[in-house]
Ligand binder design. Structure first.
Ligand code: HEM
Length: 129
């Protein structure tokens, strides 16, 4: 694992310790930014689809150069465009997840975490377009 990937993993462990599953906060932030998106999750009564979406983001941020991860995200990018989430909105989700983690950790969020997330997100975007 690269140093940046390890830092992302460390920050996620801390988030889990502090707030447990960050999904509710992540999706609250998503729906605040894209209110139209909320009704598109109406069929996801159990939260399983939301969980899958978040798990894919964590997976690719921790291994952006893995060919498997990049291909999955590439496929989702195309699928999402088909159901009403254009590429530039799709990309925003990575920032939304980072911002949620930053807020959850407060003073425990370090410059090193910030730099690692920024770097990993840039890599993901570069390898999945
Ligand atoms: C603003 C950004 C995004 C919006 C509004 C959005 C919206 C959605 C919606 C509405 C669904 C449910 C589709 C259904 O009816 O089954 C969904 C599913 C999913 N999303 Fe996203 N999404 C976003 C970004 C992302 C990103 C960045 C990833 C991964 C890198 C991702 C991965 C997934 C996966 C894995 C599923 C479940 C499987 C599938 O239905 O394809 N999404 N997303």
């Amino acid at each position: 694992m690269s140093e940046a990937a390890e830092l992302v993993a460390n920050s996620l462990e801390l988030v889990a310790e502090r707030i447990g599953d960050p999904a509710p906060q992540v999706f609250a932030r998503l729906f605040a930014e894209f209110p139209d998106a909320e009704e598109r999750f109406a069929r996801d009564v159990t939260g399983a689809v939301r969980g899958e979406m978040l798990a894919m983001v964590f997976g690719v941020l921790m291994d952006p150069d893995g060919p498997y991860q990049a291909n999955l995200v590439k496929t989702e990018r195309v699928n999402h465009d088909g159901f009403g989430t254009p590429s530039h909105e799709f990309d925003r989700f990575f920032d939304i997840v980072r911002d949620t983690c930053r807020e959850a950790l407060g003073v425990e969020w370090t410059d090193a975490f910030d730099a690692a997330w920024t770097r990993q997100i840039a890599t993901v975007l570069a390898v999945t377009k």
